[in-house]
Design a protein around this ligand. Structure first.
Ligand code: ADP
Ligand code: MG
Length: 350
């Protein structure tokens, strides 16, 4: 096992800089998720750790050693891709053992490790099959098997579940997490899916346009987003964000609605702010009025959408309340859950 360190990593393709000085420490044995929208540089960062892409500036360290100039096969990493990249003409067993054969390991070791991986991944009944004879989930498990037989110091995953249907994705999420619990191999996992990140990560690294916006545990980034981008990106339905002007104990919206603030808030009077409240922190009760547009029962809870001036707000309640469209209902934010962001800098006001 090993830690991974990125020191002021810069990546340019031609004249275009796509990663702008990323510093990140990935602790030995941890499961770190790189999360961000498409094109923000997740794959590029992962491929630079793997050595599949050169770095333009900065250093990549694995287990305390600078590996910038090391070939991928000398970095003691194993990578699992979205499209599995299995060899179509090889059986499951041969796919899994191929890297060990290439490395000229003794046959006894090859058999032992392949059997061990097949057992861990529930692939024993399929060892003689070809990839085309497997389901998507089984193929993804073979790709993982191929990675674990090598017993690498670091696993790198690039959106490995994107090609699977929703149900299988949830199941494989648990399997990968379980595999990590057992092997404790340092893992860097790339996804654009915030639920995947929340459920799997020890630590989430939120990226935008080649820079890190925030690093934290899933609940840290959910409960204390450092800026508007993180607040919007994490959580579904997303945080309600309403523009207004800060007063002593409220934020005044353009439409003249007063959104209550806790006494301890740190905004200056007159400051232009964005008022943030998550749907589950908005209760039906005495508060500010909004006009009901849609109610969506999901089963365990009901999502209530309402118009507040030009903004649409969402509240999530567990009680069986159904409201008529266009009726006026009052919403009460839980004051200790209110987030405030500076409208200009978009940074959290704390
Ligand atoms: N080989 C390449 N040549 C030029 N630009 C690239 C290349 N690979 C990626 N990019 C650009 O780098 C940025 C980051 O890409 P990528 O790391 O693939 O994003 P992500 O994985 O987060 O979707 C994007 O703007 C993308 O267009
Ligand atoms: Mg990518």
């Amino acid at each position: 096992m090993a830690s991974v360190k990125l020191k002021n990593i810069v990546k340019k393709y031609g004249d275009i800089e796509v990663v702008h000085g990323v510093d990140l420490t990935i602790e030995d044995g941890s499961f770190v998720v790189l999360l961000g929208p498409s094109g923000c540089g997740k794959s590029t960062l992962l491929r630079m750790i793997a050595g599949l892409e050169s770095v333009t500036g900065g250093d990549v360290e694995i287990a305390g050693k600078r590996v910038n100039d090391k070939h991928p096969k000398d970095r003691n990493i194993a990578m699992v891709f979205q499209n599995y990249a299995l060899y179509a003409h090889m059986t499951v067993k041969d796919n899994m053992s191929f890297s060990l054969v290439l490395a000229k390991r003794p046959q006894s070791e090859i058999d032992e490790k392949t059997e061990w991986a097949a057992k861990i991944l529930n692939l024993e009944p399929y060892l003689k099959r070809y990839p085309r004879e497997l389901s998507g989930g089984q193929r993804q498990r073979v790709a993982m098997g191929r990675a674990i037989v090598r017993d690498p110091a670091v696993f790198l995953f690039d959106e490995p579940l994107s090609n699977l249907d929703a149900k299988l994705r949830v199941q494989m999420r648990t399997e990968i997490k379980d595999l990590h619990e057992r092997l404790k191999t340092t893992t860097v996992y790339v996804t654009h899916d915030q639920i995947e990140a929340m459920t799997m990560a020890d630590k989430i690294v939120i990226l935008r346009d080649g820079i890190i916006e925030q690093v934290g545990t899933p609940l840290e980034v959910y409960d204390s987003p450092t800026n508007l981008f993180v607040a919007q990106f994490i959580g579904s339905p997303s945080m309600n964000l309403i523009s207004g002007t800060a007063g002593k104990d409220h934020v005044l919206t353009a439409g003249g609605v007063k959104l209550p603030l806790p006494k301890s808030h740190k905004a200056k009077p007159g400051q232009e702010v964005i008022y943030g409240i998550r749907p589950e922190d908005l209760e039906i009760g005495k508060g500010f009025p909004a006009k009901i547009s849609v109610t969506e029962p999901t089963g365990p809870e009901i999502h209530i959408y309402a118009d507040l001036g030009d903004d649409e707000i969402c509240a999530i309640v567990r009680e069986r309340q159904v409201f008529k469209r266009d009726s006026i209902v009052e919403f009460a934010p839980r004051l200790d859950k209110v987030h405030l962001f500076d409208a200009k800098t978009t940074m959290a006001i704390r």
